[in-house]
Design a protein around this ligand. Structure first.
Ligand SMILES: [Mn+2]
Length: 228
């Protein structure tokens, strides 16, 4: 059993809850889909916890932005979060995470952060006009991605290819506070899962542990929505 963990965003209690649920369900291996630390109250602890797993890691835009702040949007919250993340993780870890591969292919599934062509452009529960472009050269029957923090699965508009967003472990934006992730059985059968945890503890920690922008993060965790 393989567990797919995307968009953890430094939310350690959410990660612990998901690992507990995954282990109880028989997961022994993990696919880590990027955005491990940025924006969250426990960046360092989250990365340390992930290092203890038998896992394949890929890079998200959060890792890229943390290493190259000038490549990130000129947005007050984003730039403040990058500064805090760099300080808490330290340069060595920031560079190590930024050097992770952008994708991983295991034969019948391709894993990326946003889409095969971008770590910031992705698919939505309802198809958008750019979906054929975003598929790039993916030929595997299943394409797994995160980034939007919206958990869903559906067939792509081109057919013959399943799109899966396992959801965000640490910061869902679909109005459901529970941590999102997915399990894949050895035969390939995939299950989207949600796990309840103390999200108010994480929200409060964002307020206490992070500078000015922490209030925004606290509200995102508390409301399970992309509030600005
Ligand atoms: Mn993310």
């Amino acid at each position: 059993m393989l567990a797919l963990l995307y968009d953890i965003h430094g939310n350690l209690p959410a990660l612990e809850a998901v690992i507990g649920d995954a282990e109880q369900s028989g997961a022994q291996r993990y696919l880590l889909g990027g955005d491990y630390a940025l924006f969250g109250p426990w960046p360092e602890e989250t990365v340390q916890r992930l290092r203890a797993l038998d896992a394949v890691w890929i890079r998200g835009n959060g890792e890229r932005w943390s290493a190259r702040p000038a490549d990130a949007p000129d947005d007050e919250v984003v730039q403040a979060a990058i500064g805090a993340c760099r300080e808490m993780l330290g340069e060595e870890t920031v560079e190590e995470l930024a050097a992770l591969p952008e994708a991983y292919v295991d034969g019948h599934a391709r894993y990326c952060h946003g889409s095969p062509v971008s770590d910031v452009r992705s698919f939505f529960p309802e198809p958008a006009d750019d979906e054929p472009d975003l598929l790039g050269d993916a030929i595997e029957p299943r394409l797994v991605f995160g980034h939007t923090h919206l958990q869903f699965r559906r067939e792509s508009v081109l057919g013959g290819l399943e799109l899966v967003n396992p959801g965000s472990v640490g910061m869902p934006f679909d109005g459901d506070n529970r941590a999102g992730y997915a399990l894949v059985a050895d035969g390939g059968e995939l299950e989207l899962r949600r796990v309840a945890y103390d999200h108010e503890e994480s929200s409060e920690a964002a307020r206490e542990r992070l500078p000015g922008f922490g209030e925004t993060i606290a509200r995102r965790i508390s409301q399970a929505a992309f509030v600005t």
